[in-house]
Design a protein around this ligand. Sequence first.
Ligand code: SF4
Length: 393
Amino acid sequence: MSATATTVELPVTGDRQESPEWVRISYASALALGFKSGRFSRPFPFGGINLLLSYDRGCSSDCGYCGLARNRPGEYEEKSFIRVEWPLVATDELIARLVRHQASLTRLCISMVTHGRAFADTLEITRRITAQVDAPLSLLVAPPTLNRDRLAAFRAAGADMIGIGMDAVTEDLFASLRTNVPQGGLRWDQYWSIVGHAREIFGAWKVNCHTLVGLGECDADLLGIFDRLLDQEIFSYLFCFNPEPDSRMGHLPKTPLQRWRRIQLAKFLLEERGLELSAFGFDDDGTLSAIAAPRALVEEVIADGHAFMTNGCPSSGGEPGCTRPMGSWRPTEAPRDFPWKPTAAETDGIRADLALDELIRPAPARTRPRERWAPPAAGRVRAHVDSDQGERA
Ligand code: SF4
């Protein structure tokens, strides 16, 4: 599956409704751009438009948790991706609507799938978009289709950020869910090689890794990978395992809410408040059991709310740009990650979910030197605390 050629031959799709002439877009994007009628259950600013390559044969990979997996039953057009419908639209009509809605766009993203034409088609769609639309564009890439030269071609075509769907955060888990499966072959080391190339080509805070909570990893695994990526000035974005019906993991339970909220809190304290990894305690199973931090600092983070908002690529102003409403939850459920700043009532619910009294061990903040974790002004969800945070005991 790995491709090395760098010449781009544009494909002919004939009468088939496939990329590059057709793409799928998230249901929220379809609502925002008027492809579907309806509205969000509550109004909030929305400008993160997500595209997905589309092929009759679908994705050639077979990840155990994914709605697009090759061996999941159903025709490709019937398959959901993160549990919601992704309508198929003509690429040129989509771009025309993006131009009309330009003022409200905060982030665009093309998600690749593993397919022989995915690189050429992503490059073609990237060029068409960047020629006409003035909004930052991310590419959520399929590493098996890429190499260093191809990432450089994406950069030259105007892509702004690269996302890599690691999803599984340990090599064993990655192998069991994505490599050693019926149509597997995705390789952990090859994914990390693409992360490294992307970091070199796109720069600091221009690369992100998607990480899934609930695939079988422990909390210590998650905090470890967040810390490793932070050191490399690479974003980690959190996703909540949400079982896709009929996928190989479709029978498994959704990640427990308390665990999910605690990971959201711990990740934010590590990344945005500079807590050292050693401030987090784990039991023998690697479950987060204690956070050594000033209670006032933790309360400030909860009241602030950003820790519980969707992790996603920023707008050009540094605010959340890709908010993927309904990505990890159904419209009838309370959001797992909020595309808006949580309200006071939602904040109360989050505090109750966290059961803080069992978790927080009040202590002076154990923080790392600021230069090791401070991100640029544009690219994090918000401004950071000043150097006095160590005094907030
Ligand atoms: S967070 Fe970034 S890479 Fe991930 S889907 Fe959103 S825009 Fe794409």
